[in-house]
Design a protein around this ligand. Structure first.
Ligand SMILES: CC(C)(COP(=O)(O)OP(=O)(O)OC[C@H]1O[C@@H](n2cnc3c(N)ncnc32)[C@H](O)[C@@H]1OP(=O)(O)O)[C@@H](O)C(=O)NCCC(=O)NCCS
Length: 210
């Protein structure tokens, strides 16, 4: 890939050396798009669950946005969700679990990052039939300094093109129902909510065919 460059920013393929920086962006955007630092007692927990496996297991669909102050965001995806979840379990989470305490399923006793620690030990791996027309999925998170400049569209379209060129017919993504800004963004890119009893109530999954 020839890096996409505009003003002080540049989108390029991610590298394993980017791991600490993308974990930081994940934490700084992990509360429905806002900084989750004060909520989490383990700064790496969100990264372990939501971004590390993409960087390691799906390098062809992992991109970072460099800015004037270093990595300012990422766009990452998985081509084939069920295959990715198998590999995420076998080659990623099984190793991470050794370093992360399981807080158990009694939510009333959870604190700090326990909700993510529980996900690490009991991931939902959701891929019901309602999502089968959209077998890929992805994530995009930019620090505030990189937002509103058109990089979200550029980056996500770049990811969608890479997925489509690799044979995918469509993709889905999960977004917090409170993250109105991201929902508006995804709608602009052609995504629509998936309404289905097969998906957990209280969440929002959006999808589009390519
Ligand atoms: C959501 C996010 C990726 C969007 O990226 P961005 O670079 O700010 O968006 P862009 O500047 O490329 O905007 C793309 C389009 O979305 C629209 N858009 C972006 N934010 C919007 C908002 N809050 N309300 C309405 N439209 C919005 C833009 O108007 C633009 O429309 P156009 O291309 O038709 O002119 C970015 O703001 C972000 O990282 N937010 C915090 C993390 C987050 O919430 N991630 C998603 C988690 S699911």
């Amino acid at each position: 890939m020839t890096p996409l460059t505009r003003e002080d920013f540049r989108l390029r393929p991610a590298d394993l050396a980017d791991m600490p920086a993308v974990y930081r962006v994940c934490l700084k955007t992990g509360n429905a798009g806002q900084d989750a630092t004060d909520r989490e007692d383990d700064p790496d927990a969100l990264g372990h669950m939501f971004i590390g496996p993409y960087l390691v297991l799906e390098p062809d669909f992992a991109f970072v946005l460099d800015g004037p102050n270093g990595v300012a965001g990422y766009v990452m995806g998985a081509l084939d969700t069920p295959d990715f979840y198998l590999r995420m379990e076998r080659d990623w989470l099984s190793r991470i679990r050794g370093r992360v305490r399981d807080p158990g399923d009694d939510e009333s006793r959870w604190f700090g990052s326990d909700w993510v620690r529980r996900l690490i030990h009991r991931p939902p791996y959701l891929y019901p039939p309602a999502l089968h027309p959209y077998p890929s999925h992805g994530h995009v998170d930019f620090l505030p300094e990189a937002r509103g400049l058109g990089w979200g569209r550029l980056g996500f379209e770049h990811l969608m093109t890479a997925l489509k060129d690799a044979g995918s017919p469509g993709m889905h993504l999960d977004v917090s129902p409170h993250n109105h800004s991201a929902i508006a963004f995804y709608r602009k890119l052609g995504f629509a909510p998936v309404i289905s009893d097969e998906l957990p109530s209280g969440g929002l999954t959006m999808a589009r065919r390519f």
